[in-house]
Design a binder for this molecule. Sequence first.
Ligand SMILES: C[S@@+](CC[C@H](N)C(=O)[O-])C[C@H]1O[C@@H](n2cnc3c(N)ncnc32)[C@H](O)[C@@H]1O
Length: 328
Amino acid sequence: MDGATLHSDLDKKALRAKKKAKSTSYPERQLEELLKNQSLEIPHTKHHLVIGDSRDMPEIADTSVHLVVTSPPYPMIDIWNELFEEMGCPNFNTMHAYLAQVWKECYRVLVDGGIACINIGDALRKIDGKFQLYSNHVKVTQECEALGFTSLPYILWKKPTTRPNAFLGSGLLPPNAYITQDCEFILIFRKGRPRRFPPKDLYRYASHYKLDERNAWFTQIWQLPGARQENHYLSRRVAAFPEEIAYRLIRMFSIIGDTVLDPFLGSGTTMKVAINTHRNSVGYEIDTKLIPTIKERLSIEDDMFNKYSVEAFDIYHREDDSKESYKG
Ligand SMILES: C[S@@+](CC[C@H](N)C(=O)[O-])C[C@H]1O[C@@H](n2cnc3c(N)ncnc32)[C@H](O)[C@@H]1O
């Protein structure tokens, strides 16, 4: 074999390896691959969407959820003004009191050792001529700790800014300019002591992450693009987080067959990823206009049942006590 052939062979091998590495990453990687060489059945999962207010979650039993992944409406951010007004929350403190009722319910339904991941951004607002930062992440942390949650190291989600030169202040003169807010927080809380498992729990082992995933995920800064939104209503009224965020958090903090809750489901990102990663899920959403979007996101007609072994999906409309049920 001459040098040129050897190199072209090596190039082909490198290319194949690269392609393989790519094809094993989300969303293509399936449980089947994780379970390779293990005689484990893919669990049949169940998914419940409640159209109702998550400040009260009577549909969920105490200590029955393993992980909460969510992003609430952000206090003091313009797109959520209307919602908070409708809910009778005119200011920073009342907005957080509204959210805290949901955190309280999350605490009740989580198992001992269960984790809550809350994505939130701080806000900037001028009131009566005074411009200031409203630190939503501090307030959520205080509320959650007061409920009994333990704070764990958080993640800063650094979004690429669409306006890298955006600058709040006066030209190039110090000292009155403001830092550009290009990070959001993913706050992480635990209820009680770390979860315990029987030795060599098979689903736990089948849920392992790879070394390169661990190195990328368990760091404090995640540089990820935001979710792309073609739909105007969704971008104005939902502010979805990207699937990659839900995917990482679910893989990091739950195991196959666990139950994941999103009390502010929006377009359904958390539920979709829970289905894809073989976790059960529960989602709450008050905006009925989002039902068609959620159904479309979950591909309830085809993919969900055949590809991901979903056993059942239902939508409970709390207001008129009616239920739509779908089975595989
Ligand atoms: C920031 S969005 C969630 C976006 C979601 N992570 C996604 O990827 O699409 C917050 C959602 O919470 C909903 N919401 C607000 N208050 C609620 C409540 N009390 N109960 C249930 N849903 C609520 C809003 O209608 C909105 O869709």
